[in-house]
Design a binder for this molecule. Structure first.
Ligand code: CAA
Length: 240
């Protein structure tokens, strides 16, 4: 039977590309989303992939949603922690709420999804947890103490959980995307983005599909010996 894969923040951007790649590779895919019902409906109409609405930053809501997905679709074997937000601003302009929202969603979401699914993966002796980190969690970024801290936290979370999962056939890995052509990057002021792109050796933004292929490899049987790793897909912007 096909493994069930849940992709958080799966209806748009990188998440959508991941859903499509995993579906193409034979997984039964479910997307989660937090906000726009209309966009989620359009996503389901276009891809045939169901979308469940819950806030990954809300611990109890995430546990309940994963139970519902398991009952309605099947036990969850693959989790892609992709849901993420930005609240950019220099420290002096950043509110506590900006800090808290980003930590809660980007890093807290990984904890909540793992808590909801790890025990089942352990029982079935097979699992894949793939966390979407960021170049900015590896290298830091002006105006992103919240996002860089959360993404850096994801890289630590990955290495720690990989050690716990290894004996149960659960691999835990991260992908660290660079600047990818998505709505999130489009929100960076044009003059700032131009300077960033000028520093990418490959000379362009990445495509969401280029991140998705990395996820598909880590989710596959071929990825069984890869755990605790971070795959940097960033056009050479940060060689780490
Ligand atoms: N290093 C040093 N100084 C910098 C700098 C940098 N990287 N960037 C800006 N500055 C300086 C500016 O030159 C400016 O100095 P002067 O006043 O002397 O000219 C000063 O800092 C203020 O800069 P801004 O005018 O940009 O400040 P702002 O308050 O209007 O905006 C900001 C700050 C919101 C952080 C804005 O710079 C910004 O949006 N930066 C982009 C942040 C970014 O890359 N976000 C990534 C989002 S996508 C993502 O996160 C996905 C992923 O995983 C890669």
């Amino acid at each position: 039977m096909a493994h069930v894969a849940v992709v958080t923040g799966g209806t748009r951007g990188i998440g959508r590309a991941i859903c499509e790649a995993l579906k193409e590779d034979g997984f039964t895919v479910v997307a989660s989303y937090a906000g726009n019902d209309e966009k989620a409906r359009a996503f389901t109409d276009e891809t045939g992939i169901p979308a469940y609405k819950f806030d990954v930053g809300d611990h109890d809501a995430t546990l309940a949603a994963c139970e519902k997905i398991a009952a309605e679709v099947g036990p969850i074997d693959v989790v892609v922690n992709n849901a993420g937000i930005t609240r950019d601003g220099t420290l002096l302009k950043m509110s506590y709420e900006d800090w808290e929202d980003v930590m809660r969603t980007n890093l807290g979401g990984c904890f909540n999804m793992a808590k909801a699914t790890f025990a089942g993966m352990k029982d079935r002796k097979w699992g894949r947890i793939i966390n979407i980190g960021s170049i900015n969690g590896q290298a830091g970024q002006y105006g992103q103490v919240n996002y860089a801290a959360a993404k850096s936290g994801i890289h630590g979370f990955t290495k720690a959980l990989a050690q716990e999962g290894a004996r149960y056939g659960i691999t835990v890995n991260a992908i660290a995307p660079g600047y990818i052509d998505t709505d999130m990057v489009a929100a960076v002021p044009e003059n700032v983005l131009e300077k960033i792109v000028a520093k990418i050796p490959v000379g362009r933004l990445g495509k969401a599909s280029e991140i998705a292929r990395g996820v598909a490899f880590l989710a596959s049987e071929d990825g069984a010996f890869v755990t605790g790793s971070t795959m940097s897909i960033n056009g050479g912007q940060h060689m780490y």
